[in-house]
Design a protein around this ligand. Structure first.
Ligand SMILES: [Fe+2]
Ligand SMILES: [Fe+2]
Length: 293
């Protein structure tokens, strides 16, 4: 049997100043919202006032989020297992909040759909590019960790999950929700949930950034692996946006679709800039100091 070392009864205790432990504390304070408490009465009324094109646009966004949240809920476990196996207790403590929050996000979008009466099959909103990401690339990168817990495999999984799906695609999705619903002053329940979700996701992305910076500090060659993986994924983000825009010059809510594309491009470069800061650095303190969330 493997020899176990108990940390919390040793003089080490818990690393209370460490980034993941602080993130765990933050999640307990801020991640307590309950999707069941959100009132969708006004959303139901607003939904009736939208025209067919506007409904179609919002439904496309919701159905992509709904499936995305379900996918990340189902796919996270192998990463938690890999981290736990390495005995990284504070990281695993944070990850318990991470998985709980993804479950709440899945619940939230289903509640929205139920509230506005859209209970039919929405899978036609998942384009080929969307399917490639959420039906193939994401589950494959995460499932790989069941049998391969190498630093390379963990880094690639985190790039796909935290940097790309959460840090680029989901962030772009929030931008689109705000650009349409907030400027129109409608669907307050949906927007309230999106605000909560966005805060949760900033912690998830913060952890992913920490994890990748830690891995790059420990294994400098992983920076190239991370850059290559992001380079592979970037065209998919552009394509999925183009599919969403569908050659429109103006969105159904009056906004400029080009702004969404610009936002995606900015997210892609911001993620890489933050990770590049870890290159050539060894200090643990560097990781602690660089995280912004
Ligand atoms: Fe989520
Ligand atoms: Fe997340």
């Amino acid at each position: 049997m493997e020899k176990r070392t108990i940390l919390t009864t040793s003089s080490r205790g818990l690393l209370e100043d460490s980034f993941p432990y602080r993130l765990y504390q933050k999640a307990k304070r801020q991640g307590t919202w309950n999707p069941a408490d959100i009132d969708f009465t006004q959303d139901q009324k607003d939904w009736q006032t939208l025209n067919a094109e506007q409904r179609e646009d919002i439904l496309q966004l919701i159905s992509q989020f709904q499936a995305g949240e379900e996918a990340v809920t189902l796919d996270l476990l192998p990463l938690i297992m890999a981290i736990a196996k390495e005995g990284r207790l504070e990281e695993e403590m944070f990850l318990t909040t991470f998985l709980f929050e993804e479950a709440k996000h899945t619940e939230f979008f289903r509640r929205v759909l139920n509230a506005i009466g859209e209970t039919g099959d929405l899978s036609h909103f998942h384009s080929d590019t969307y399917k490639q990401i959420f039906y193939e690339i994401l589950p494959a990168a995460m499932e790989r960790l069941v049998t391969d817990q190498s630093p390379e495999a963990i880094a690639e999984a985190s790039v796909v999950y935290n940097m790309f799906v959460e840090g680029v695609l989901a962030e772009t999705g929030y931008f689109s929700f705000y650009a349409s619903l907030e400027s129109a002053g409608i669907m307050p329940g949906l927007l309230e949930g999106i605000g909560n979700l966005k805060r949760d996701e900033s912690r998830h992305i913060g952890y992913g950034t920490f994890l990748l910076q830690r891995l790059i500090c420990e294994h400098p060659h992983l920076y190239e692996v991370v850059v290559a993986k992001m380079g592979e994924l970037a065209p998919l983000a552009i394509r999925i946006n183009q599919e969403g825009i569908d050659n429109k010059e103006i969105s159904s809510f009056g906004g400029n679709p080009e702004e969404v594309m610009n936002f995606t491009m900015k997210q892609l470069s911001v993620r890489m800039e933050v990770l590049a800061r870890a290159k050539g650095k060894k200090s643990k303190r560097f990781i602690e100091s660089q995280i912004v969330n």
